[in-house]
Design a protein. Structure first.
Length: 304
């Protein structure tokens, strides 16, 4: 079961599709194997970059069933939905299938602190004793959660064991939360998102690792490992080698297609298909990406 001690890299998994848009179950297996081989200490599925909103309820259960059957690391399942009944149903199903916990984002449209706290009180009631992750992603949800609101949620709901932190700017929030814990507030795990763009600084500020996607998950695993071992210079050298690819994959609207193309190129999944509606990659974009990959491989060779 997921708890407050979770650390490392919980890779946000893509959802593989066949060229016709159907689920690619065989690629789910190869993808899980790939992420684990590259150092993932956990997996998070049905997230926003996992195209969860494009799946039917039945397909969501099929993905959960396949991943949990294959994985040897803890699996967190995104269960965010417009209605509490849907959240509760998928959460219970996920746990029955062997998930370690679930993840919930605030419902769009919440504005005041009271609305946010009230919403998550309802979520906590629906989830009961299921361990859950509070997803803080205001760029997508439009909901701004202050550090004080997060601390109140942690204090009121013991089953909330982790913050998936991807606020912009967000480094100060991590520092604020850790300072509060030092003076008696309840400590939860903090794993960070945003495509690992700020992973080094997040670790320095007190994060326990990453919960995000990147086509080279081994970078995240190695950076977290090095930072936890106190080898900051080595971590920075490794991180710097991947920065051009991190930047390129972070393009709004196109990042998932870039990630899937690279994962297919690396053999993690069979096809780079993103379910419609989704943008494709132009020949020019693919050429740029191939250049960046070649240069990144050359930079890595100098670190060996």
């Amino acid at each position: 079961m997921l708890d407050e001690t979770a650390k490392g890299v919980f890779t946000i998994a893509v959802t593989p599709f066949l060229p016709d848009g159907a689920l690619d179950l065989a690629s789910i297996d190869s993808m899980v194997d790939f992420y684990e081989d590259k150092g993932a200490t956990g997996l998070t599925i049905l997230g926003m970059m996992g195209e969860a909103g494009k799946l039917s309820a039945e397909e969501s259960v099929e993905v959960v069933t396949r991943v949990t059957a294959r994985a040897s690391v803890p699996v967190v399942v995104g269960v965010s939905a417009p209605g509490l009944a849907a959240i509760g149903t998928l959460a219970k199903t996920a746990m029955d299938k062997g998930a370690a916990g679930v993840m919930v984002a605030p419902q769009s449209g919440l504005r005041s602190d009271e609305q946010i706290l009230g919403y998550f009180a309802n979520v906590a009631e629906v989830l009961g004793d299921i361990p859950w992750v509070l997803q803080d992603f205001p760029l997508v949800t439009g909901v701004e959660m202050s550090a004080s609101v997060c601390l109140k949620i942690f204090a009121d709901h013991p089953a909330c064991v982790m913050l998936k932190h991807e606020a912009w700017p967000g480094l100060e929030k991590i520092s604020t939360l850790r300072r509060a814990e030092a003076t008696g507030a309840r400590r939860v795990s903090i794993l960070c998102g945003n495509g690992a763009q700020f992973l080094l600084e997040e670790m320095i500020r007190g994060a326990d690792g990453a919960m995000t996607g990147f086509a080279y998950p081994e970078m995240m695993a190695d950076v977290v490992r090095l930072m936890q071992a106190g080898a900051e210079t080595a971590a920075r050298d490794l991180f710097d080698a991947y920065l051009p690819l991190i930047r390129y994959e972070a393009q709004p609207g196109l990042g998932l297609a870039i990630r899937k193309h690279t994962l297919a190129r690396r053999g993690a999944i069979a096809h780079a298909t993103a379910r419609k509606p989704a943008p494709g990659l132009s020949a020019e974009t693919i050429a740029e990406l191939e250049t960046l990959i070649a240069r990144q491989e050359a930079r890595l060779a100098t670190l060996e």
